[in-house]
Design a protein around this ligand. Structure first.
Ligand code: MG
Length: 160
């Protein structure tokens, strides 16, 4: 029987003025963006952690420490690519990704096809194997006040 694993990942970043909002590898025009050492793409970070988790290969902070200048302002797409290469080197293939972004504004729906395209190119899987959903926090708490953004991701990986 082939080997099948699931993984989950979560990421949270502050939203601050003066930062570009890049989510799922796509620039989304907005007055705030996620604060972080890299481009702070929460969706990609959650996907990286889901993939690493499924393969029991640690987490994104272990592989790409935020104390390293190598990763300052880095395109998180490059990190995802490296994670996929690491899994591939261990014989893992990616089945699918399911993810959810939680933020109050802006509306994410119009940007989802572009995110699926970018993630598909980075991970080498079809766009219809990459689900991206979005919801608000109903104006409650720090997410509701537009002070932060969360992402959750699940994945399935397998070996033939
Ligand atoms: Mg992060």
């Amino acid at each position: 029987m082939k080997s099948i694993r699931v993984g989950q990942g979560v990421d949270i970043h502050q939203l601050v003025k003066g930062r570009k909002m890049i989510l799922g590898g796509v620039h989304i025009p907005h007055e705030k963006g996620p604060l972080g050492h890299s481009d702070a793409d929460v969706l990609i970070h959650a996907i990286c952690d889901a993939l690493l988790g499924a393969a029991a290969l640690g987490d994104i902070g272990y592989h790409f420490p935020d104390t390293s200048s190598e990763f300052k302002d880095i395109d998180s797409g490059l990190l995802l690519k490296q994670v996929c290469e690491l899994l591939s080197s261990k014989g893992w293939k990616i089945g699918n990704i399911d993810s959810t972004l939680i933020l109050e504004r802006p509306k994410i729906k119009p940007h989802i096809p572009a995110m699926q395209e970018r993630l598909s190119a980075l991970m080498g899987i079809e766009t219809d194997a990459i689900s991206i959903k979005a919801t608000t926090n109903e104006k409650m708490g720090y997410v509701g006040r537009g002070e932060g953004v969360l992402a959750f991701a699940s994945c399935l990986i397998f070996k033939d």
